[in-house]
Ligand binder design. Sequence first.
Ligand SMILES: NC(=O)c1ccc[n+]([C@@H]2O[C@H](COP(=O)([O-])OP(=O)(O)OC[C@H]3O[C@@H](n4cnc5c(N)ncnc54)[C@H](OP(=O)(O)O)[C@@H]3O)[C@@H](O)[C@H]2O)c1
Length: 298
Amino acid sequence: MKNIILVAGATGNLGKQICKQLINCGAGVRAVVRAQSDPAKTKALQDIGVDVKVIDFNKPTDLLSACEDVSCIVSALAGLRDVIVTTQSQLLSAALQVGVPRFIPSDFCTDYTQLPEGVNRNFDLRKEFETLINDSKIKATSIFNGAFAYVLQYGIPLFDTRNKTIAYYEGKKDWKIDFTTVNDTAAYTAAAALDDSTPRHLHIASFQISAQDLADLSKSLYGEAFKLTDDGSLEQFLAVINKQRQANPEGEAELYPRWQQMQYLYSMFAVHHPHLDNARYLSLSWTSASDALQQKQA
Ligand SMILES: NC(=O)c1ccc[n+]([C@@H]2O[C@H](COP(=O)([O-])OP(=O)(O)OC[C@H]3O[C@@H](n4cnc5c(N)ncnc54)[C@H](OP(=O)(O)O)[C@@H]3O)[C@@H](O)[C@H]2O)c1
């Protein structure tokens, strides 16, 4: 019998790649999308063989029928509390009623279990859902991929291609930071969705790279080594972030306000993955830092 994997957030950047990878693995893939989802994205999913169900996520009967015969739910939803806590809880509730055995929540970030509450708003929402799923009977697996590698192309202080600088904090010039491409994350997630024996947490990274490594790489990629800058302690950085947050309350309603991006950068220097589970699926290959930095974004 085919495995049916239910994907929520399938019209998104990561979700569509997870669907592609699952189809490549020969799995049956069902996607739940909203009535207002972009029809072109829905059609693209159908064209590759995904069974798309247009549902109302607030209607329990829609969710219950979507969960029938599903062996694992993969959530690649993106949003704030209404999505990460509320919508995922509605999905979890339906999964429990129908008896879906496994659930991969939309974590896809740095290992927030190693961070205290209050330093990363978007991680705190994941922690909130984590409590709910841990209290349930479903077998949950979180995939921690660090940051998506494309953020290195956004001109963040850690790799500022305009000013040709590389910032680090707390003197951590050689601290390795986890980055994973969207495609590598999707391929791993598909393999994990089809693997009944996954543990609660899986840590992956296409590459782990320090500020010093990035400076060395900038020389080979751009012909000149970017300047390393010591931007102070993490405590000072946190104070700057909190000030920014207080001064910009409108960001509370945005998914990635500037202060949240800074919180993410803070998290990169506060937590890394000392052990990786990359080798769990030997057929997968991993993108190098050099290749990731040269990849064109869709
Ligand atoms: N580690 C990192 O650096 C990093 C970076 C970016 C994202 N992420 C994480 O990766 C995961 C996927 O993100 P992404 O960038 O692929 O997201 P995305 O492209 O913005 O896609 C979001 C998906 O969620 C769906 N969605 C949003 N609100 C919804 C709602 N209220 N009800 C139902 N569906 C809803 C969207 O559906 P519609 O098409 O209908 O809008 C879409 O399918 C998230 O956990 C995100 O936080 C991690």
